[in-house]
Design a protein around this ligand. Sequence first.
Ligand SMILES: [Zn+2]
Length: 267
Amino acid sequence: MIDAAEVTKLVKSAYISYQRSYVRKVNEDLRKGKRIENTLQKYPFASKILQLGRLVDPYRDELHLSKALDIILESPVYARVDEREQASNEEDKDLEYTDILVKELLKWYKEEFFKWVNKPTCSRCHNDVQEKIIGLPPVKPFTAEHSIGGASIVERYKCLNCQHLILFPRYNNPSTLLDTREGRCGEWNNCFILILKALSIQARYLWNAEDHVWCEYFSPKMKRWIHLDSCENAFDNPYLYNDGWNKKMSYLLVTENIDRIQFKKLC
Ligand SMILES: [Zn+2]
């Protein structure tokens, strides 16, 4: 004869012990993760790799990708690609649909979608005179919005026109950047890669030790990775930095996804 009360007690105790071991395991993993992170803090190169891995991870998120896709579908980009294909321009003769799409995306992104920000415009009086905005020391992210947007730091400025404190969170979540649509090369590049990925274009992130980032996409027609700099509307111009900007560069980290980060020495 089975005693129902006894069975309930046994199940309950088994469940509690399972739950305890589960909580213990989660806490251990968290502690382990924290220890690894603390260790990495001492090694800037290792932390950079960790940081890059985290930065490209959101490109796998279906919600981010579909948000980016919706924006492109509502934009004039596809109509322009069709027009351009029909026009059969001389400069496009060796290109395929994907390449023309990337060219039109770059142009639209730079001219109509994203905005470059050195010092942000005052949100109270709309002053954007750079000399009338002074920089203050940055602070750590402190609101839920900063945290959802993956802000690494919050830059602060003071408007000399109206004394307003202007905050400029440096967001790393590419989905947030689809809304804010502003920043410096980091934000520009991050959001642009999300758009490429949303259109199923194979793309990778390039980080240069001398403080610049850009990306590349794989052209099935040309059978190689093509350099893209969304801040510059630059297509297949990898010598832009050495020749155009007269910049000496030491090395690059190239990452397509969190599991694959390559190191490339440049000199
Ligand atoms: Zn102001």
